[in-house]
Design a protein around this ligand. Structure first.
Ligand code: FMN
Length: 403
């Protein structure tokens, strides 16, 4: 999968830097075009000449060396890369990336690139477990960096524990995964997916939400990307890493979800509304934390805007897909919703059945379509369900000649 892919390998200054040389050699053997950036510290551990010889390309180590006056090297490299991988990633480099510091060739290029970035950390176990390092890794995950996690084992520093660089084979496997398209049936199509719960504030410390994990929507985004689509994922607050190569828009409230979806609705070809959007929100949001008081606290709730209904009304070319999470009369409620909201497909699941619903890793769904088809599936992983949903959307498009 890496054949002819432009791969930017960034080496920072850890003891495991020597393993980046073995990785370079393997990547070149896989057919990738490899270019290497090194930090000043990395050069303390291994020479640029090693990477130059293995990659057959000049090595970049200084932002201010500009051999080609027609180009700015770090922007050129940032734009050239199909994928970037930082091997090994030091605690220091992750801290810089997490706070947006751009004071050398590596960090400047990484801030400038739009390519997916993989990070393979390596360090002493106590460094790895330090709250600052953990926090920086979390920030980077939120920014969409994909971690190839360190392994447990004997460390060069003499300690045993987590912090060992992932093996080159594992890094190559992770990179390969990125480029595996399932097929390209959605090439040229823009698929918008909503995921996760919304959060409706009561006061600065309290809110209403629901149990949606976002897993179904994230699985859909991953699968749609691998089927060649341009994917926008509009997500409520979830504990999931952003899918690679997907544009993620984070929202909190139903109103923010509504505004985000409406903004890109016209350019969408398919909209899949898998988010569990609040139907009600507190009528009044208190500016200050409400103090404890004797007696009952009654909170008056008002309806949030019905996003799916609005999308159904405004529909022109879009294929609109909704979800129906029901605890009884699944088929009847799903078909009513399909018609009332002007949907093309509806994915119904009975949330009272074990193995289906919001929180878990599996789902049991039935898909109903506007042209009166019904497809029942057994319990499947959410990744498998995502593929089935996309296949049914594609079949619906073909049956109805909507290409
Ligand atoms: C022998 C030695 C080994 C080191 N190994 C690591 C390491 O594995 N991981 C790490 O985060 N830092 C390690 N460091 C510290 C980094 O080299 C140091 O934080 C440096 O500033 C990193 O610079 P860079 O992130 O710009 O490459 C090591 C330092 C020395 C002297």
């Amino acid at each position: 999968m890496l054949q002819e892919k432009n791969l930017l390998l960034c080496v920072s200054g850890g003891i495991a830097a020597f393993k980046a040389a073995a990785l370079t050699s393997k990547l070149v053997q896989e057919g990738a075009n490899v270019r290497v950036i090194m930090t000043e510290s990395a050069k303390e551990f291994i020479t640029p000449l090693t990477f130059q010889a293995l990659s057959r390309q000049p090595v970049y180590d200084c932002t201010f060396v500009e051999p080609n006056p027609e180009k700015i090297a770090h922007i050129d490299l940032a734009d050239w890369a199909d994928v970037v991988v930082v091997v090994p990633a030091t605690a220091n480099i992750m801290a810089k990336l997490a706070s947006g510091i751009a004071d050398d060739m590596l960090t400047t290029t990484l801030l400038a690139t739009k390519a997916p970035i993989f990070i393979a950390p390596a360090m002493n176990v106590n460094m790895y477990n330090h709250p600052a390092v953990q926090k920086n890794m979390k920030i980077l995950q939120e920014y969409g960096y994909v971690f190839i996690d360190s392994e447990d084992g004997f460390l060069a520093c003499g300690w045993t524990g987590k912090g060992r660089l992932a093996e080159p084979e594992q890094i190559i496997h992770a990179l390969n995964e990125l480029f595996i398209p399932i097929d390209n049936v959605f090439e040229g199509k823009h698929i918008v997916i909503t995921a996760g719960p919304t959060q409706e504030n009561i006061d600065p410390v309290r809110f209403f939400t629901n149990y949606s994990s976002g897993k179904m929507g994230y699985a859909l985004a991953n699968a749609a990307k691998k089927k060649g689509a341009k994917v926008t994922l509009i997500s409520g607050p979830v504990q999931l890493p952003p899918p690679v190569g997907v544009n993620v828009i984070s929202i909190l409230t139903a109103q923010e979800m509504y505004e985000a979806v409406l903004k890109i609705y016209d350019e969408a070809d398919v909209v899949i509304k898998s988010a569990a959007v609040a139907d009600y929100r507190p009528k009044e949001i208190f500016d200050q934390k409400r103090k404890k008081q004797p007696g009952v606290w009654k909170i008056e709730m008002e309806r949030t805007i019905d996003i799916l209904k609005t999308l159904g009304e405004k529909k022109n070319k879009q294929i609109l897909v909704g979800f129906a999470a029901e605890s009884e009369h699944l088929e009847r409620y799903a078909l009513e919703k399909l018609e009332k909201k002007n949907l093309d497909l509806i994915v119904a699941n009975n949330i009272s059945v074990e193995g289906a619903g919001f929180k878990g890793d599996t789902n049991i769904v039935t898909i109903f379509t506007k042209d009166k088809q019904k497809y029942e599936y057994p319990q499947l992983s959410k990744e498998e369900v995502a593929i089935k949903i996309l296949e049914e959307i594609q079949a619906f498009i073909e049956r109805n000649k909507l290409v």
